[in-house]
Design a protein around this ligand. Structure first.
Ligand SMILES: Cc1cc2nc3c(=O)[nH]c(=O)nc-3n(C[C@H](O)[C@H](O)[C@H](O)COP(=O)(O)OP(=O)(O)OC[C@H]3O[C@@H](n4cnc5c(N)ncnc54)[C@H](O)[C@@H]3O)c2cc1C
Length: 292
């Protein structure tokens, strides 16, 4: 695996206390994003825990609601946020997330983490960066965007292509202008337009036909529905972006978050501890497995 995996192992070794016991955190605010997605802003109960908690773009927490269980949720906030509120953008799909949808500001959640291999923000410095994302897949990429905003001079051209089913399903739409002002080329597309929409219509991988990349100096970060990832990677490979410059975040069904239960296994990898971010060079052999 890559240096990011090594980093993650070091991080886990340095924070063994964060693996098993949840810390408790208060929901300080809830930002509705779409009909079935909201961002929950959390602050740890203990000042010491709050003070030492650090995360990197692409990492996730296991959120715990007593009586319902745990769910893996990416951290969607700014790792440089001085107040260090931890944001989680959650789609309400099942047992745990639907129960979380009924919580209010002031309620509390258990939180274990941060887990996982982050996006390789240092390894890709100096490169053109293409961020291709669909639906709630923008959540784990937003911290990477914030990192780029804080360190814009370290990256060359930065292009974000983000797609959602309809304009109502777009996440964080009030932030696109500020990202554009920081010299990020933000391209938004929807599968189906409505009367409010005058922008691009079409799926994310189609966007690759609208621009040229210099494969030697381009890094691709992608997260979204697996079908979108598959076609984005195909388009990137067709443009000869090297497989070790294509990074994919996989959000497979996960239970323990620490490589014990095997729910999230892909070939020899556990998405929870070897990922969720992988260079495509590591996944290539397993690309045709049915679930991918
Ligand atoms: C590393 C990682 C990061 C994630 N980040 C986020 C995030 O930021 N926001 C968010 O809303 N969700 C995220 N998820 C997905 C979330 O963990 C699952 O949707 C989780 O199962 C929700 O728990 P639940 O009890 O509400 O639903 P469940 O009752 O477990 O499942 C509801 C339904 O969704 C299906 N399902 C469960 N997990 C997945 C999955 N990963 N992919 C496809 N179908 C699934 C189940 O088969 C079932 O049909 C992430 C998952 C991983 C592994």
């Amino acid at each position: 695996m890559t240096t990011t995996a090594i980093h993650s192992a070091a991080h886990r070794a340095a924070h063994p206390e964060r693996l098993l016991e949840p810390d408790w955190a208060e929901i300080t605010a809830i930002t509705p994003e779409t009909e079935d997605i909201s961002t929950f802003w959390l602050r740890f109960d203990g000042a010491a825990v709050q003070e030492r908690y650090r995360y990197q773009p692409g990492q996730f927490n296991m959120l715990y609601l007593p009586g319902y269980g745990e769910a893996a949720i990416s951290i969607s906030s700014d790792p440089h946020n001085p107040q260090r509120l931890v944001g989680h953008t959650i789609r309400f799909v099942g047992n745990v997330t639907r129960a979380i949808s009924r919580l209010k500001a002031g309620d509390r959640l258990g939180m274990r983490g941060p887990f996982g291999v982050p996006w390789p923000m240092h390894a890709i410095e100096g490169k053109d960066v293409v961020i291709a994302s669909g639906g709630i897949g923008l959540a784990p990429l937003r911290p990477a965007i914030y990192h780029i905003l804080h360190n814009r001079e370290r990256y060359s051209k930065v292009i974000l292509v983000y797609g959602a089913r309809t304009p109502r399903d777009l996440l964080y739409s009030n932030e696109y202008d500020s990202w554009r002002k920081a010299d990020i080329d933000v391209q938004i597309t929807v599968d189906r337009a409505d009367e409010t929409w005058s922008g691009r219509v079409g799926v994310v991988p189609m966007w690759f036909y609208h621009f040229r990349v210099d494969p030697r100096k381009t890094a691709l970060l992608t997260c979204g529905p697996e079908i979108m990832i598959r076609f984005v990677v195909f388009e990137a490979l067709a443009r000869r972006i090297p497989t070790d410059q294509i990074y994919v975040s996989l959000e497979r069904n996960m239970k323990c978050g620490q490589g014990a239960c095997g729910h999230c296994q892909l070939g020899p990898y556990f998405i929870c501890k070897d990922g969720p971010v992988f260079p495509f060079s590591a996944l290539e052999r397993y690309f045709n497995v049915e679930e991918f």
